[in-house]
Design a protein. Structure first.
Lengths: 373, 186
């Protein structure tokens, strides 16, 4: 950074502090709002537990009824909340890319909003068709895992449906599924009046494991396509046109093919061999550091050991990603190898990652030593 | 071994956070953290989104998310980092949604403004926030985290999921653009 930029940085810091110090923040009002939201969340958890309990009870009644020859009419498992049924049917249509079927569940002025979608009423059918065509082209696959009624308001019954996401062919690279996403739908008189789709860009790391590398790859290798495929120069929002969808299908397939290339095939190139050796030394040093740090812990509790391992592995991931990558193997590491390793580390302490994941990583030059404990 | 969903705790602020004990029940603990961090986080979010109301919503969502994930969060410092990460991503999602929605509502002249990053409510903004808003979003994030939240380059790299070199590049480009804009405004 130049001296001039240091000056600008200092100026920026003082301007930002002056700007934000002058901004009033009503903590009291906000605290009241937070308490209300936490209470709502608790209530929803209770509803979820109640639903789970009712499912268990229903199963028990079904089994007992089967033994005793009792009729199953009126069984709650057989008569789910109609709002949940409508929500599920709408989402079934949605994840099957069937725009007409999806629209048939919406009121004429329904609004559908989200990270990957915008739709405003029946005059907007073409836009929804293009959106779903984009989903298909970019291989968005959403698996609805759970739908729970959240409560009733004047606008209707609110239903929250969680879903797992695969997109931009992440599944073809062995990545994902990316969890923590949800739909919130409001249902009134068996019609949907509003839909909000939220994709968890935070916890899932979808953004920098899949979206970011793909966008960079397009930007570098097909700069002329950027404007056709994205609305903005930052490549955050996809453009919804037939030309764009065609390119998403084609470029995502090409990207996956590049990311899945075996970096081992380049090991006869000196810079690649040196890079693999560098990664191996980073991983070996990390293992040694973990052992030393654990030895140095006075009270050998599981949380303390876990903390030491996590701290070292965080540093290790940063070092691995910071090592200058030879061009020939850039995308196999950025697009697949590092995300796979992060996925491996992201498994909770008490859960064994799948053997297939470990095997995939073991085949990547330089990362083998990062797996042993 | 595990990959922690957090950044190294090397700042004075986070060390201070770590020393404080929290109430044992979930709601009281989240409320205590809220009282301590809400105002600075709203101020940070305000620099990342278009208006104060959105900033407040993003921070409120972050604390609600913390409440849901409380059992997976082990200490106050980690909770603080988790909320900050939620705010960063929530702000980005809000802008993304807004861009899509505005694009959808009115194609045409506004589209050009959006693409140049000038989609903000100008009347509500000072020169510095207008200049920040005109930067590409990644540069804006990096500058806010560096010069407002006082994070190191390594911390920013982890928060944003990019390399430290990339943080340096974004910071350098962002500062250069701001310098040009500040000179132009004089």
């Amino acid at each position: 950074m130049t001296g001039r930029q240091d000056d600008v940085g200092r100026t920026l810091r003082s301007l930002l502090l002056a700007e934000t110090d002058a901004m009033p923040v009503d903590i009291h009002h906000a605290a009241v709002h937070l308490r209300r939201r936490l209470a709502d969340t608790r209530k929803r958890r209770r509803v979820t537990l109640a639903v789970a309990a009712s499912v268990v009870a229903a199963v028990a009644v079904t089994v007992a009824g089967g033994w005793l020859g009792i009729s199953k009419a009126g069984d709650p498992a057989k008569d789910p909340d109609p709002s949940v049924t409508v929500a599920r049917e709408f989402l079934d249509a949605f994840v099957s890319y069937d725009a007409d079927a999806a629209i048939s569940y919406l009121t004429s002025n329904a609004a559908v909003q989200g990270d990957l979608i915008a739709y405003a009423g029946s005059g907007d059918a073409e836009n929804l068709r293009l959106t779903l065509a984009h989903y298909r082209a970019a291989h968005y696959e959403q698996t609805v895992t759970d739908c729970v009624p959240e409560g009733t308001a004047a606008s209707g019954v609110s239903v929250r449906c969680a879903f797992d996401l695969q997109a931009v062919r992440s599944d073809e690279m062995g990545l994902g599924p990316y969890t923590g996403n949800y739909w919130r739908l409001t249902v009134r008189d068996r019609k949907i009046v509003s839909v909000q789709q939220t994709i968890a860009l935070n916890g899932t790391r979808f953004s920098h494991q899949v979206w970011g590398p793909f966008a960079s790859w397009v930007h570098i290798n097909h700069p002329d396509d950027v404007e056709t495929m994205f609305v903005d120069s930052e490549m955050i929002v996809q453009r919804l046109t037939e030309d764009s969808n065609r390119l998403w299908e084609q470029r995502s397939a090409e990207y996956v093919a590049v990311a899945k290339q075996n970096p081992g095939a380049h090991l006869d190139e000196p810079d690649v061999a040196a890079y693999a050796a560098k990664l191996e030394s980073i991983c070996a040093a990390a293992q040694a550091k973990v052992k030393n740090e654990i030895k140095a812990i006075q009270q050998q509790t599981q949380p303390a050991i876990r903390e030491a391992r996590e701290r070292v592995m965080l540093e290790t991931m940063l070092q691995l990603r910071a090592a200058p990558l030879p061009k020939a193997i850039h995308w196999p590491y950025v697009g697949r190898a590092f995300p796979l390793l992060e996925q491996f580390y992201a498994y909770p302490h008490n859960v064994q990652p799948p053997e297939s994941l470990a095997q995939e990583i073991q085949q990547i030059p330089g990362l083998n030593k990062c797996l042993s404990d | 071994m595990l990959l922690p969903q957090r950044v190294p705790s090397d700042s004075v602020t986070e060390s201070e956070v770590q020393r404080k004990a929290l109430p044992r029940d979930r709601a009281s603990a989240v409320t205590a953290l809220f009282e301590e961090h809400y105002a600075p986080l709203v101020r940070m979010a305000r620099l990342l989104v278009d208006d104060r109301e959105t900033a407040e919503d993003v921070v409120m969502d972050a604390f609600t998310s913390l409440y849901r994930r409380w059992t997976a969060v082990r200490d106050p410092a980690e909770a603080h980092r988790y909320v900050r990460a939620c705010v960063l991503n929530g702000a980005r999602s809000q802008l993304r949604r807004r861009r899509r929605w505005r694009r959808h509502e009115s194609a045409g002249p506004q589209q050009d403004a959006i693409r140049e990053g000038h989609e903000t409510n100008q009347a509500d903004r000072s020169t510095v926030t207008q200049l920040l808003a005109a930067l590409p979003y990644r540069q804006r994030q990096v500058l806010v985290l560096r010069y407002f939240a006082d994070l190191t380059e390594a911390q920013i790299a982890y928060e944003l999921g990019v390399s430290p070199g990339s943080v340096k590049t974004h910071a350098s480009r962002g500062l250069a653009a701001l310098a040009r804009a500040l000179e132009g405004s004089r």
